[in-house]
Ligand binder design. Structure first.
Ligand code: UT7
Length: 318
């Protein structure tokens, strides 16, 4: 029993905030942001637009591409750091909006690695013979976690959602996956606040040691890529498309270089989307599938990294 992605979808909120827009409100420049991150613009959700709303649009597109109805879903997994509510999970809210009531539904919280964690979980459920059809979504309204006066973080992130439908198949599909976490690095990237007794305790905003995150990301993305390639008995030269978490174009370049791949084999959306956390990989995947870059039989390497510290990779044959 194998698992295959049979449909992809994406959703970006309408409102675009450019570097020039940010220049008008904080002490930054388009030149600094582009040189240090490659980001030129990001999409920001409207007031009242929640993670489940973006997830709903992305999911409908993925279901349509897969040619299946919500009633056929056995499981919904939503990766998000910005759920609609403390509970219930955004997957349950999405289930109701889709009209897929009755199937299992839960959230995965692994920040920017959330999508690879969720996709790996879907693969395990399918290969264990528990389910046949899974909707996997990465959705974020990360803009809600930003201090818009902190230039060291607010320029980096954006909102969006990406979804895939994964189905049981007699050929792979997902060739190999590996997940990791190192909780000793909790402090380098976190939102350290929580809600207690009706009040926010600690800070509700993203706190980050950018340099430490950068160095750790480049190291672990190279390591985990080697792990999945070895597990699938493939070499990096066999990878047609590398889709790393879209945090910073310099991280994408460094990861590609360590794998000996040119940037022409990397799907990069960071310039237009910014860092959309758990949504970044499925957003980039959907773009490259729909514009015809990713074709049947090709090898695609997805790599996530983020708060936790968490990281992981999924290697696919399309
Ligand atoms: O999903 C994972 C999420 N996080 C990441 O991926 C972040 C990974 N890290 C990075 O992408 C980079 O470390 C950053 C883009 C955050 C920063 O780039 P850097 O090359 O590491 O710059 P830096 O932190 O060393 O800062 C250099 C200077 C500092 O000024 P001083 O101390 O040298 O005078 C900052 O205050 O740049 C200043 N700075 C800014 N200047 C203009 C920081 N943010 C800005 C800004 N505009 N937005």
């Amino acid at each position: 029993m194998h698992a295959r992605i049979v449909g992809t979808g994406a959703c970006l909120p309408e409102r675009v905030v450019t570097n020039e827009d940010l220049q008008a409100t904080i002490d930054t420049t388009d030149e600094w942001i582009v040189a240090r991150t490659g980001i030129r613009q990001r999409h920001i959700a409207a007031d009242g637009q929640y993670a489940s709303d973006l997830a709903l649009s992305a999911s409908r597109r993925a279901l349509e591409a897969a040619g299946i109805t919500p009633a056929e879903l056995d499981l919904i997994i939503v990766a998000t750091t910005t759920p609609d509510m403390t509970f219930p999970g955004t997957a349950c809210i999405l289930q109701e909006k889709l009209g897929a009531n009755g199937c299992a539904a839960f959230d995965v919280q692994a920040v920017c690695s959330g999508f690879v964690y969720a996709l790996t979980t879907a693969d395990m459920f399918i290969r264990a013979g528990q389910v046949k059809t899974v909707l996997v979504v990465g959705t974020e309204v990360f803009s809600r976690l930003l201090d818009w006066t902190d230039r060291s973080t607010c320029v980096l992130f954006g909102d969006g959602a990406g979804a895939v439908v994964v189905r049981a198949a007699d050929r792979p599909g997902i060739l190999a996956s590996r997940l990791h976490a190192d909780g000793s690095l909790v402090d380098i990237l976190s939102v350290p606040g929580s809600v207690c007794g009706g009040a926010i305790v600690g800070s509700p905003f993203v706190k980050m040691d950018g340099g430490a995150v950068f160095k750790a990301a480049v190291r672990v993305l190279a390591e985990v890529a080697e792990e999945v390639l070895e597990a699938a008995k493939l070499r990096s030269s066999d990878v047609n498309w590398l889709i790393p978490h879209q945090a910073n174009v310099r991280i994408l370049e460094a990861t590609a270089k360590r794998l000996g791949l040119g940037m022409d084999r990397v799907v990069s959306t960071v310039a237009r989307h910014g860092n959309t956390s758990a949504a970044s990989i499925p957003l980039a995947l959907d773009e490259a599938v729909r514009d015809g870059r990713i074709r049947s039989g090709q090898h695609v390497l997805l790599e996530g990294v983020g708060g936790g510290f968490t990281w992981g990779a999924v290697l696919l044959r399309w």
